[in-house]
Ligand binder design. Structure first.
Ligand SMILES: [Zn+2]
Length: 324
């Protein structure tokens, strides 16, 4: 069996069965093998397609596989590699990419949308603010905003204070990609996407913010239980009671769930969902030794609640440490 066939089969296998991390981990190995084989063929598109598959959820990946998009587009590449040592014509862009990405014109229209609520402009701005507050340092954290029935998502593993408008991923409420960043940017969708989508679908959120906040970690260290209770502080009035459909009064008790951390962000989904159902009033879930997810009906209430929570956590930590 030729090396090129082996690589093709390997790509099919990882596309069908593997998760995002496994696919992304395979890409450098495949590229190295290709370069060693000295075959003068553009494999960038195969790699791009693998990255596109990695950005999909499992169901999309499987349905795409069975629709033969991946097989068809890669058999073209494999045939080319076997029939010619040199590429003579541009390889057709895989259909899987074409049908998931809107036209340049439509994309430009979205980028040119000057509304202050356009996440293309908002997310980079907000990430700068969150970074300055120490909430998304070291590439941690994330944000997603719903706008005109589309979900805008920040990329994963990047310096959050340097995100550009065209770095964002856009998908619909079914999780299907609408716009993805250009492949040469080498970006992947936020690892928090499954949790973001859970907040959109379970709570009809308009925006979700994930922070790696020291205050949250400290608060959880001081609270080994599965929830934290906060009372007697004016800033409680800035928190929205999702069950009652109104903001808390300052004499009410605020109760927030704490869930245990996991190896990967996506593995938090089940416990996150359980917490949402057990605490119908809450607009935030704390993740022990990790951070917090907070959401609101729009980006403004998500942001102001994040600020109120951080304020409240500082006071609660102070009270616990000083026993006052
Ligand atoms: Zn995180």
């Amino acid at each position: 069996m030729t090396l090129i066939k082996e690589i093709g089969i390997k790509m099919k296998q990882i596309s069908k069965f593997s998760g995002e991390e496994e696919i992304l981990a395979e890409i450098p190995k495949i590229t190295t093998q290709i370069s060693r084989s000295k075959l003068k063929i553009k494999w960038n598109q195969a790699v791009e397609e693998a990255e596109c598959l990695a950005a999909m959820n499992k169901d999309q990946r499987i349905s795409s596989f069975f629709a033969n998009d991946f097989l068809a587009s890669n058999s073209q590449l494999i045939n080319k590699a076997e029939s010619s040592s040199e590429e003579k014509a541009p390889i057709k862009q895989p259909s899987m990419l074409e049908k998931n990405v809107v036209s340049d014109h439509e994309q430009q229209a979205l980028v040119n949308d000057d509304s202050e609520d356009n996440p293309r402009h908002l997310i980079p701005q907000l990430c700068k603010i969150f970074y300055a507050n120490g909430w998304v340092t070291g590439t941690g954290g994330g944000i997603s905003i719903k706008y005109k029935n589309q979900i805008y998502i920040a990329p994963s593993g990047v310096q959050k204070e340097r995100i550009q408008p065209d770095d964002l991923f856009v998908q619909n409420l079914n999780g299907e990609d609408i716009i993805i960043p250009k492949p040469d940017k080498n970006l992947s969708k936020s690892q928090c996407t499954p949790i973001f989508m859970c907040s959109f679908t379970e709570r009809n959120a308009g925006a979700v913010i994930h922070v790696h906040s020291q205050e949250v970690v400290k608060l959880c260290l001081l609270n080994p239980e599965s929830e934290v209770k906060i009372t007697g502080l004016e800033m409680i009035k800035g928190i929205y009671n999702e069950k009652k459909g109104k903001f808390y009064d300052n004499d009410e008790e605020l109760i927030l769930p704490i869930i245990e951390n996991s190896k990967y962000e996506k593995d938090l989904v089940d416990t996150f969902k359980t917490a949402l159902r057990k605490y119908p009033s809450t607009s935030a879930v704390l993740v022990r030794n990790h951070g917090m997810y907070v959401w609101g009906s729009n980006w403004k209430t998500a942001k102001t609640q994040l600020e109120c929570y951080e304020y409240l956590f500082k006071i609660v930590i102070f009270k616990k440490i000083h026993n006052v």
